[in-house]
Design a protein around this ligand. Structure first.
Ligand code: FES
Ligand code: FES
Length: 167
């Protein structure tokens, strides 16, 4: 049995050396929030944090992740979706199909930790994940809402919601 430190707990798993971390997380540990999109490190759907670094787990052999390295998946951000980035995503109705969004959120969390008030250029540089639904504008807006302490009014973003209300 090999071990991984995931979301604050030591977990056992068995896998071939070259098995991507993504498949251990999803299939052995049941952490299915992390998604498979491309398998070639291009889309970011599989992004998790390893020691705080956003990492595309589809191309990371599990054997290269040390037992002491701290992995955080979307399930480990908060017990109830109350992380400020998750809350901003919900406030602004960011997801459409949702498939890419866990990876987007994990990437945004790392960006906002390192740059609490990111510029558009900072966001462009960090948010290289792909969304086939085209939610990029709302992702940018949600990141700015987090940077403004979660206050959508002060952000003056003029986001129109499905119920006709605006933020
Ligand atoms: S599935 Fe890993 S980057 Fe696309
Ligand atoms: S919300 Fe559908 S792929 Fe991004």
């Amino acid at each position: 049995m090999a071990k991984l430190n995931v979301n604050g707990a030591v977990r056992d798993f068995e896998a071939e050396q070259d098995t991507p971390l993504l498949w251990v997380l999803r299939e052995q540990l049941g952490l299915t929030g992390t998604k498979y999109g491309c398998g070639i490190a291009a889309c970011g759907a599989c992004t998790v944090h390893i020691n705080g670094v956003p990492t595309r787990s589809c191309v990371r052999p599990v054997s290269t992740v040390g037992a002491a390295e701290k992995i955080v998946t979307i399930e480990g951000l908060s017990p109830d979706g109350s992380h400020p980035v998750q809350k901003a995503w919900a406030q602004l109705d960011v997801p459409q199909c949702g498939y890419c969004q866990c990876g987007m959120i994990m990437t945004a969390v790392a960006l906002l930790r390192d740059k609490p008030n990111p510029s558009d250029a900072d966001i462009n540089e960090a948010m290289t994940n792909i969304c086939r639904c085209g939610t990029y504008n709302r992702i940018r807006a949600a990141i700015k809402v987090v940077a403004r302490g979660g206050n959508t009014k002060s952000a003056a973003l003029a986001i129109q919601h499905a119920d006709g209300s605006t933020t």
